[in-house]
Design a protein around this ligand. Structure first.
Ligand SMILES: Cc1cc2nc3c(=O)[nH]c(=O)nc-3n(C[C@H](O)[C@H](O)[C@H](O)COP(=O)(O)O)c2cc1C
Length: 232
């Protein structure tokens, strides 16, 4: 699989097969992802990888408290700006609407939406759950480095035939996570990543998110005008 194929075939996978991922494959993926770039080569990412009993134990501590959702224990960082400006607000809204439409959950079915949201905290059935954390002292440039690490990991996973879903939603259980992962005081969980073999027949995996076109977000400077276009 070349890089473009990995990029094009990555999606947020929200249903996985009940098939374990061998430790050596998980290690190979992380071993490649560690070559992600970072400003000053700080490599400001930290990782916890859970499977089997420790994963079941963690999920089992959270599931009985689903009545606290959607806020859980409260977020440790603000996921989205409030208010969310356009066009971002509309994109977020459409993404959610399309997800629930794919599952046949009507907008007014709040319990149904909460049940689907709660699937986050089962890692959508993935056999491996990763948690990516960062020192609280780090700023936006280092958070972006961690994002590069996450994307690199997700792309390498594709090369192994695996799928992933990055999950900021885990911040809603940060107290439990900090305790179970024995995180130092000065560290914060940015996101979880579900990792496993995707159940691509599941309806939740049967839709695709949209993207803005290149010219909607790119200004080209100094290139020859494209055929049929006059220079500006
Ligand atoms: C850092 C990050 C956190 C995310 N958090 C969640 C999450 O908590 N739950 C979820 O279902 N999807 C989550 N997503 C998936 C996004 O909704 C998804 O990437 C976006 O809609 C684009 O769709 P695609 O990944 O299928 O291309 C997250 C993605 C990223 C990059």
């Amino acid at each position: 699989m070349n890089v473009t194929e990995a990029v094009r075939s990555r999606l947020s996978c929200r249903a996985f097969l009940d098939k374990p991922v061998p430790e050596e494959i998980v290690r190979e993926i992380i071993d490649a992802a560690r070559f992600a770039p970072s400003g000053g080569n700080l490599q400001p990412w930290h990782l916890h990888v859970l499977t089997g009993e420790p994963l079941a134990d963690l999920l089992g501590r959270i599931a009985p408290r689903f009545d606290l959702l959607p806020k859980g224990e409260g977020a440790e960082y603000q996921i989205y700006p409030h208010p969310l400006a356009e066009p971002y607000h509309a994109r977020r809204f459409k993404c959610g609407a399309d997800l629930y439409a794919a599952l046949g959950i009507p907008r007014e079915d709040k319990p149904g939406r909460y049940r689907q949201f709660a699937r986050n905290f089962a890692f959508f059935g993935a056999p491996v759950g990763l948690f990516v954390s960062i020192d609280k002292s780090m700023g936006p440039p280092q958070w972006s480095d961690v994002g590069m690490f996450v994307q690199t990991l997700m792309l390498v996973a594709r090369d192994h035939g695996l799928h992933t879903c990055a999950q900021e939603a885990w911040t809603f259980w940060h107290k439990t996570l900090n305790e179970r992962l024995d995180l130092p005081e000065d560290r914060l969980v940015f996101c979880g990543i579900a990792l496993g073999y995707g159940d691509m027949d599941a309806p939740v995996n049967g839709w695709r998110t949209e993207r803005a076109e290149v010219d909607d977000f790119t200004a080209f400077h100094g290139f020859q005008p494209r055929t049929g276009q006059s220079p500006t």
